[in-house]
Write a protein that binds this ligand. Sequence first.
Ligand SMILES: [Zn+2]
Length: 673
Amino acid sequence: MAVSEQTVARAASLRDELNRYNHHYYTLDAPLVSDAQYDSLLNELRAIEAEYPELRTPDSPTQRVGSAPLGKFPKVQHPVPMLSLGNAFNADDLAAWRRRAEQIIGTQPMRYTVEPKIDGLAVALTYINGVFSVGATRGNGEIGEDITANLRTIRDVPLRLQPIDGQPLPERIEVRGEVYLPIEAFNQLNERQAHAGEKVFANPRNAAAGSLRQLDSTITASRPLRFFAYAVGPFSGVDLNSQAETLNSLRSYGFSINPDTRLFDDFAAVVDYCHEWMGRRELLSYEVDGVVVKIDDFAMQRELGVVGRDPRWAIAYKFPAREETTTLLNIVINVGRTGKLIPNAVLEPISLGGTTVQHASLHNADYIISRDIRIGDRVVVKRAGDVIPYVIGPIVEARTGNEQPWPAPTFCPTCGQPVEQLADEVDIYCINNACPARLIRSIEHWVSRGAMDIVGMGERQASQFVEMGLIKSIPDIYRLNIASFAGREGYGDRRVANLLNAIEESKQRPLDRVITALGINGVGTVAAVDLARYFRSLPALAQATIEQLTAIDGIGGSTAQSVVDFFSTPANQQLIAELLALGVQAEPGDVAEPQSDRLAGKSFVITGTLPGISREAAQALIEAHGGKVGGSVSKKTNYLLAGDAAGSKLAKAQSLGVIVLSMDELYALLADS
Ligand SMILES: [Zn+2]
């Protein structure tokens, strides 16, 4: 049966419309229609193509779902080799690269493009008369593999180029770029793989490579791969003279271009931007392992040429590695204040991001077992930003057979009592309230600086006093006296007097510090201040209802629930009664009454060593004027209060455009308004 003209036209218009919606959704991040509307149009096109297969064009959005599995990938010869890049690791390397370029082309004015180096897989996409026809991996640079069907499933790879106003599309153009997997998608994929007993990927790049080299393109289609275009290979029928112009044209053709690409006239600005990127990499939703600096002008690029495989006109400024492999020597378990069993990896020491790492988090028992992490395994360890280093997973291929699977603990390693795992929780708990490990952690927390701040008592004393039998509960801290230490080695009169003084003095800590010290789930120093301000005494807080609690700005439903749970537990009621009877004051104190609302609605983060004031006091000052103090810098942070030796938080604040204040500037802010 012949296809009617109407059907041909409808199929063409559906293709255009769907490709356009797709571009707005994935590349521009600005959807034009709902998912349901999109699906309904796609189904209409599918139905037409099922009836008239001759209408199924290579640029049809229906082709994004993948097609029949291949036996193997055909090889593709790259018409112009895909080059690699030389590396720079510091400003000196960058300067040396520029000097070498100047020795060839002279000291004429140069412009530079700087682009983040996405940690993914380089590919080359060939478009003939605007239609995507062949896509290949980089391979060895000369010969790659034809993975066209797989690349077609990536939503921000245009199947057809959009014409630029009034200009014909290039007859032929090879577009080069990076296929990558966003970090969130990578984590979700690994979670699924682990629970299905499948291989866990070491990093997003491996996961992207594994997804892209599937012989069954429907598997590729199920992985949310993305694509950034960054260069062109051979082209004809179009005029491109610089990298910046090329990126603009690629954007107009419908490609995703990295939004952080910059063009500079000044080399010093290039070096600054490279440094700035070190802090910024933590904020992206995808992995970057450096930045690429290119001399912008194509005529200069041709003059500079290539040495070996590396172009002289481009260089990769590489960031320090954040991932390494090492041997997992042992898994030890710490018991937390709440009884949570926390497994930790003991590693053969490795250098990671500039420091030596020999311990890493393993999150929880479920994590270890679902990933089949064994003692003796070669493991991949990651350290990113302020996050504690953690084990990503084992390198199964490196196993020798001597690795020991790790059995989930059934008894607490400290008190020997049976442990418990709730049905839908990943953590295992020691539920013995008298567990010495839990008591020691509770004491450590109670005496810590942000809580009751008892000078002379720390981790060491907490375990000593528990072992000596001097402390069996938190109130016992306030029952210590001179007689407790009689005849104890290392506890002379002076030391004991100082300690007892510090304990006595801590009874005056204001209510919010006592609330913090209680260690209620979800109640940190900020929430404690809110609760103290509102309830003004421990007995009042103990009577609080969920409704009252959630009415307070900053207290969410789960925190409210844990406050109510805490005070309804008889052991905790007993604890409060004893503390009050022993003379712990828990008065509202200064911080409970705001002094002004000059900082109302403003959120602060504090970093570094402040001149003449402790961080706690600075926080109290900000809060007394209605401001909030948080732990990490985000787009919502208004001010970063920075002292000496400010580190990654400062870099992060600068890259986000958060205002950075000195202590003097904070005082000025309070004085002026
Ligand atoms: Zn225990």
